[in-house]
Design a protein around this ligand. Sequence first.
Ligand code: SAM
Length: 353
Amino acid sequence: MVVLRKRTQAPRPIKSKLEEEFVSEEEQEEQDYSNVCCEKCGSGRHAAKLLLCDKCDRGFHMFCLRPVLVEVPKGQWFCPSCSNHKNLTNFPLVQTKIVDFFRIRRCSQSAEKFVSDSRKKRRRTNGLVVSKKRRKLLPFVPSDEPVRRLEQMASLATALTATGTEFSNELTYVAGMAPRSANFERERGEVVETAIVLPKDDAKTLGLCKSMVEQGEWPPLMVVFDPREGFTVEADRYIRDLTIITEYVGDVDYLRNREHDDGDSMMTLLTATNPSKSLVICPDKRSNIARFINGINNHTQEGKKKQNVKCLRFDIDGECRVLLIASRDIKKGERLYYDYNGYENEYPTEHFV
Ligand SMILES: C[S@@+](CC[C@H](N)C(=O)[O-])C[C@H]1O[C@@H](n2cnc3c(N)ncnc32)[C@H](O)[C@@H]1O
């Protein structure tokens, strides 16, 4: 793959015959490709972001591709026509064996029951005492119809299958990456942003959400495919502010092992004063719906207005974890978006829709 990085609009200087014979290989390559324009927008500007297809040699700006490509791919890259990337017209593709795909266990404790039980408890204990209320996290409320829940699960199964990812709903510690202890045995002062300890009630609510997923009581979310945004997630019923949407999961690794990774879904888990101890979540092999939730464009007011989910780090029983939580009431059919740059300003979102 050739990435045109230093192409300028200035006319090429005329070379002497002798000079022409000694054109370096690199220069030759730049000359050969100097007339390449982007197939989408027709412009040859922004050469550093103009990728050439390894099969047909046609050019494409990374930001003109749909979905936008944020990193120059390592190794070979094929344009949309050469990669045989089929638009997912029959979405979702996978409707069968959902129970096996997500390793669902059958037995039931519904979220509504949990919410009404905890409301009853609160009413009983509040009495006349006026206490300053902390706003508690809420468990997601699954859709009522089992068939609809199956469709939601099928949509996620489709997206996971299309991206070659296995379903997992927990952080995973895999041999050869960061050990579990790296996320547990953190010393004071070692971590730059200390995660807030998740209050006991909220930890219980998170536990309930996890067990609901295990039993097929699915969050009311549908993965859809958008030609401009790629896979993206929509609310499939009204979701109240402060509802737990999902935990961000995947393999935990040291950031230093992933610095040259071209994945676009890596999430910061821990930023340590000693950079060699910083951790990231990598959802490319194992993950859940979190990796399909799209980001806001941080560079426009319109983009910022779309945000309806926030991404928070918590200390839960000594382990740092990342949760995605509704940051306002979300209507049925609304797409979910959060700020990819909530903690750092590293994610290039200027070409996001
Ligand atoms: C964490 S992934 C989200 C899921 C992704 N859309 C997919 O199809 O797998 C991040 C990538 O999604 C795309 N993306 C996320 N938010 C977007 C937005 N608002 N507009 C366009 N593309 C977006 C970009 O390609 C980005 O690199």
